[in-house]
Design a protein around this ligand. Structure first.
Ligand SMILES: [Zn+2]
Length: 158
């Protein structure tokens, strides 16, 4: 079962198979107002394909914030139609029932998703010539100004 975060509400959930370089990964796909959540029922999706590390109650839960989603659409895969989700730097492929329905709810949810986390926004601003990003503390997770040698909130050294 997906453990929802504060303010997070489920929009759609259903059986899905994630197609990975290491083979199919069956499980349950849940779309919420802030994230795509995939719960595997077997092997985990391999690292490096956009899923990152597991989290959640059973440690078989993989989250991708909707801010990372650029586009969702149905495409013809080599083994039949798939739901393709284009992330900022990765492409995910799912076998699901009702591909057009999933693409539509994902597109709608993406349009209303919260903005990227503050540190991501800061890095993007710096790439465009803006100020250096703040540093996130590993202990209290608060942000300190760029160049700080210790956390402005808890004093932990960087
Ligand atoms: Zn701190």
């Amino acid at each position: 079962m997906v453990l929802f975060q504060s303010g997070e509400t489920p929009i759609r959930s259903g059986a899905a198979v994630v197609l990975t370089q290491a083979g199919p990964r069956p499980g349950t796909l849940t779309l919420t107002n802030v994230a795509i959540v995939f719960e595997t029922t077997g092997a985990p999706p391999p690292p490096g394909e956009g899923w990152g590390s597991p989290g959640g109650a059973g440690a078989n839960e993989y989250r991708i914030g909707l801010w990372r989603v650029r586009q969702a659409l149905g495409v013809k895969g080599p083994n039949g139609p798939v739901l393709q989700v284009n992330l900022l730097a990765r492409v995910l492929s799912f076998q699901v029932d009702d591909i057009p329905g999933w693409a539509a709810v994902l597109t709608e949810a993406r349009a209303h998703a919260p903005p990227p986390p503050a540190d991501v926004q800061a890095r993007r601003a710096m790439k465009k010539g803006g100020p250096a990003p703040p540093t996130r503390c590993a202990f209290c997770s608060q942000l300190s100004p760029a160049g700080s040698t210790k956390c402005a909130s808890c004093g932990a050294p960087f």
